[in-house]
Design a protein around this ligand. Structure first.
Ligand SMILES: N[C@@H](CCC(=O)N[C@@H](CS)C(=O)NCC(=O)O)C(=O)O
Length: 79
């Protein structure tokens, strides 16, 4: 399974998710900073449908909303 988190550093909702990832020591999530890379921003918009962060792509399928993302991560621990 491929997990990609689209985010930017100054977003508090992203920080909430990033803190959880750090706390749990998860290593299976690729971070995509949309402020550092215009291609990531383009992908988020084109494939996700909107520019909102955080957004977790789960095998390419977008999941928006930090609380939904946290719930999904808790329900799907790193293998
Ligand atoms: N309810 C959302 C709020 C996310 C949010 O407001 N993110 C801001 C950045 S801090 C954003 O992407 N704004 C741009 C937009 O909504 O188009 C969540 O919890 O994830």
């Amino acid at each position: 399974m491929t997990l990609e988190l689209f985010k930017f550093e100054s977003c508090p909702f992203c920080q909430r998710v990033l803190q959880y990832i750090r706390q749990t020591g998860r290593k299976d999530i690729i971070l995509r900073d949309i402020h550092e890379n215009k291609e990531y921003e383009r992908r988020l918009l084109m494939e996700g449908g909107k520019r909102q962060v955080p957004c977790l792509f789960i095998d390419g399928k977008p999941l928006y909303e930090s609380l939904e993302i946290l719930k999904w991560l808790k329900d799907h621990p790193e293998q």
